[in-house]
Design a protein around this ligand. Structure first.
Ligand SMILES: [Zn+2]
Length: 336
């Protein structure tokens, strides 16, 4: 047994030190949270029985006995309860969203994604260096915007969300050819004759000024829309379900997971991504090393909520309506 596994198995919520509690919070969506809150498993709880065909019949990591012990610890131990409270708070922004809004958070692969705005670049407003990953992104509070860490100007200057929305096809996926290019102007300078009318405008292919390119939207899609809103939502909601048993969290995670499942296989970072202003190698939404971990997190999140999704008729009704509306091949008319 690895030392990590041994440590997890021997850890009880009351034994946790400050750094261990921090680790529990950092790993809130993962098996570590489950293991730490639940304490050591019994022999009987080690693995669920597969059915005869070998198909998955219940959660692999979060099966009934583990969950029962975990929630018992949350109910009986103040420190475990404090972690659970933080997990619930982290999920609250997504709990407050409608199913339709959650479903719309996931985007298609038609817009290039970039690992950085400009790896050795600067801010178009203040001209100070903004290298590598220094642009600030807070997708929940500043959707489709990146902030210069020096002058705090926001880019791009156009309303990209309106442009994006205008380009959605019958499957709910953005297509450049459909989008309304009359929406591509600097919102602070709407006059056509204003010299700043096109300053800071990004149509998804980067803001370009002569030889310079700032990949604002391409970078935002990875670090903001994907990592913060979509993946962050799935991670926080599934963790909150594990900690509380409240199916409202699982339902919302299910909406996001389902939409990701519709589109994930269309992502190929090698062909669609920009890496250091050049070609990319491999990956899905993100480049390969992050995509590996993100895919693991998606699988783990599904494992955490799958038992609740099996009983969620409301989710089937919502997703089958979306499937009809957007002509998605899978009818989704049952939880299976
Ligand atoms: Zn600046």
């Amino acid at each position: 047994m690895s030392s990590f596994k041994k440590r997890i198995r021997e850890t009880h919520p009351e034994d946790l030190t400050g750094p261990q509690m921090l680790a529990a919070r950092c790993l809130a969506a993962g098996i570590a949270l489950t293991a730490i809150l639940a304490g050591p498993p019994s022999k009987a709880a080690e693995s669920p029985e597969p059915n005869r065909a070998g198909a998955k019949t219940q959660s692999t990591f979060c099966h009934a006995e583990v969950i029962e012990r975990l929630r018992g610890n949350v109910a009986g131990h103040p420190r475990a309860a404090a972690v659970a409270k933080e997990v619930r708070a982290a999920a609250q922004p997504w709990l407050d969203m409608s199913d339709a809004d959650l479903w719309s958070l996931m985007f298609g692969a038609g817009i290039p994604r970039s690992w950085m705005v400009w790896s050795n670049g600067h801010c178009p407003s203040c001209n100070q260096n903004v290298l590598m990953y220094a642009w600030k992104i807070d997708a929940m509070n500043r959707p489709y915007k990146l902030m210069c860490p020096h002058c705090e100007e926001l880019f791009p200057k156009n309303d990209f969300h309106a442009f994006y929305h205008s380009g959605l096809d019958k499957h709910g996926v953005f297509q450049h050819a459909l989008a309304d290019r009359s929406l591509l102007y600097n919102e602070a300078h709407p006059d056509l004759h204003d010299p700043l009318h096109q300053f800071g405008v990004d149509d998804g292919e980067g803001y370009r000024d002569g030889e310079k390119t700032w990949w604002f939207i391409g970078t935002y899609l990875i670090y903001g829309q994907w990592k913060q809103l979509v993946l962050g939502g799935i991670r926080n909601l599934s963790a909150a379900y594990v900690a509380t048993g409240d199916s409202a969290y699982a339902h919302r995670a299910g909406v996001l997971l389902d939409r990701v499942a519709d589109l994930y296989t269309t992502f190929n970072f090698k062909d669609q991504g920009v890496m250091y202003e050049g070609p990319a190698h491999a990956g899905y939404v993100s480049t390969w090393h992050d995509a590996c971990e993100e895919t693991r997190e998606l699988a783990l999140a599904y494992d955490q909520v799958r038992d609740a999704l099996q009983k969620d008729k409301e989710l089937s009704v919502f997703l089958s309506k979306k499937a009809k509306q957007f002509e998605i091949d899978t009818p989704k008319n049952s939880p299976e």
